[in-house]
Design a protein around this ligand. Structure first.
Ligand SMILES: NC(=O)c1ccc[n+]([C@@H]2O[C@H](COP(=O)([O-])OP(=O)(O)OC[C@H]3O[C@@H](n4cnc5c(N)ncnc54)[C@H](O)[C@@H]3O)[C@@H](O)[C@H]2O)c1
Length: 437
């Protein structure tokens, strides 16, 4: 769970103290508006009460009141209700959306395979949505979510919170302003996934509605490792670390490259064979994208994983997870808590008036609630969340097929490739499909 700050200015001060160039830190603090008063507190519902959902809801409490919580695990919903002052409990999000007419905002902390159906239902019910990342499980889902946000005139923020971290914005502004010279290569390094198994089926815990937990995915016996938290290592429910971490670092790659509609080709390779009867999502992989502006983007896994709290280190000399931009005149590496460059002037020279500046958000949840009020798009709106997730899904499809694929980012389809285009969407169980929400 993220340890999120309660006060924007204090949060910014700590960021500035932690190694941002002095000129950029001063600019950040000078531009920060005083915190807004807590008037018009919207009512909020949390759907998916795991670690992240409860963390998000706790963060959102600065701007509204959590009045309802929903989970298919009765012990988790009870825990959430206790945490949020007796919020009303639900086990079916459709009933919550139906009954809680006064709820203006939904926080979606469900596992990835549930994001889209919950988001579509919430948007249809007239709610604004803070949805966890990756926004989608498939490219097709993203198109539907983008369309629904437009159709219902709602605000949706994707939980790719690195767009609200000053270090990542500074990195992208430096790249966009040509401080590295012509951008040639971007490398996103993601933590490796888990490659373990086989796992055994077990009796379904009495507090869990396993059938509903599986939602639109293929029905299987209950295996504890498939469920809470470790769902992210199964391709049935997630894209593995390619989407779990790709939704952070590939999102920043797109922001820096400035080609947010996506690449024109992708090639992928699986580097570790999954264990039979074990996790199914790619654990170690490499993918290479090319963009219309000539940039080559490599997305690779490190041998380190962050499952043990981010402390695990890769092999000596290996790049840690993060984003490296390389241009004709230098390089820049950015990750959580760190930004470094090949030459000091890349970081230390102030931007001029004519330089490109990117939209500013220093508080991801705050930026969402600002949008709820202003009705302007938040920093990581549905289109951004969809395009960033799409890049990760493209890599997943290329890794699965093990060959080079041509992608048309405007049409959002593979060029002349039936096999690849069949992987843009997934079949859903009749019980839980677009038609049932
Ligand atoms: N932004 C970040 O940095 C960040 C960090 C961690 C996790 N996440 C994202 O948050 C999401 C949740 O991750 P987590 O680690 O908390 O997972 P988790 O498995 O601990 O929690 C998910 C919860 O959703 C519940 N759920 C499943 N189906 C549901 C349904 N139909 N209705 C209501 N509840 C349902 C589960 O029972 C579970 O309690 C994932 O998409 C993950 O990628 C984001």
């Amino acid at each position: 769970m993220l340890d999120l700050p309660l006060n924007r200015r204090d949060a910014l001060k700590s960021v500035v103290a932690a190694g941002l160039p002095a000129w950029f830190g001063a600019e950040l603090l000078a531009a920060e508006e005083p915190p807004k008063k807590a008037e018009d507190k919207p009512k909020i519902a949390l759907i998916g009460c795991g670690g992240m959902g409860r963390g998000d809801a706790n963060n959102a409490k600065r701007f509204g009141t959590i009045v309802a919580v929903c989970d298919v695990d009765s012990s988790r919903v009870a825990q959430a209700s206790k945490q949020f002052d007796g919020a009303k409990t639900y086990s079916d999000f459709r009933k919550l959306l139906d009954a809680e007419k006064d709820v203006a905002v939904v926080i979606n902390g469900t596992p990835d395979h549930w994001h889209t159906l919950v988001n579509l239902a919430a948007l249809k019910a007239g709610k604004d949505v803070y949805s966890e990342k990756p926004l989608t499980l498939t490219i097709d889902e993203g198109k539907r979510v983008v369309a629904a946000v437009k159709q219902h005139k709602r605000v949706l923020q994707t939980g790719s919170q690195q767009r609200s971290d000053a270090r990542f914005r500074l990195a992208c502004e430096i790249v966009r302003n040509g401080r590295l010279g012509k951008l040639a290569t971007v490398t996103t390094v993601l933590p490796q996934g888990l490659n373990a198994g086989p796992f055994k089926p077990a009796p379904v815990p009495k507090e869990l509605d396993w059938d509903t937990w599986q939602g639109p995915t293929v029905e299987t016996e209950y295996v504890p490792e498939r469920c809470h938290f470790s769902f992210r290592y199964w391709s049935e429910y997630s894209g593995g670390t390619l989407t779990d971490w790709g939704a952070h670092h590939n999102d920043i790659a797109l922001w820096g490259i400035g080609s947010e509609s996506g690449p024109e080709s992708v090639e992928g390779k699986l580097l570790l064979k999954p264990v039979a009867g074990g996790y199914t999502a790619p654990a170690a992989y490499e993918a290479t994208f090319t963009y219309a502006n000539g940039v080559v983007h490599k997305c690779i896994s490190t041998t380190a994983n962050t499952v043990t709290g981010g402390a695990a280190k890769g092999k000596p000399g290996e790049m840690p997870h993060g984003v490296k931009f390389e241009g004709a005149d230098g390089w820049l590496f950015v990750t959580r808590g760190k930004i470094e460059a090949s030459k000091p002037e890349i970081l230390n020279d102030k931007f001029g008036e004519k330089d490109v500046r990117l939209p500013v958000s220093n508080d991801h949840m705050g930026n969402f609630f600002d949008s709820v009020k202003s009705r302007k798009a938040p920093i990581c709106n549905a289109e951004v969340g969809h395009r960033s997730a799409s890049v990760c899904h493209l890599a997943g499809i290329a890794v699965q097929l093990g060959r080079k694929l041509k992608w048309d980012p405007a049409k959002e389809e593979f060029v002349g490739d039936k096999e690849a285009n069949a992987l843009v969407a997934r079949e859903q169980r009749k019980k839980w499909s677009y038609e049932t929400i």
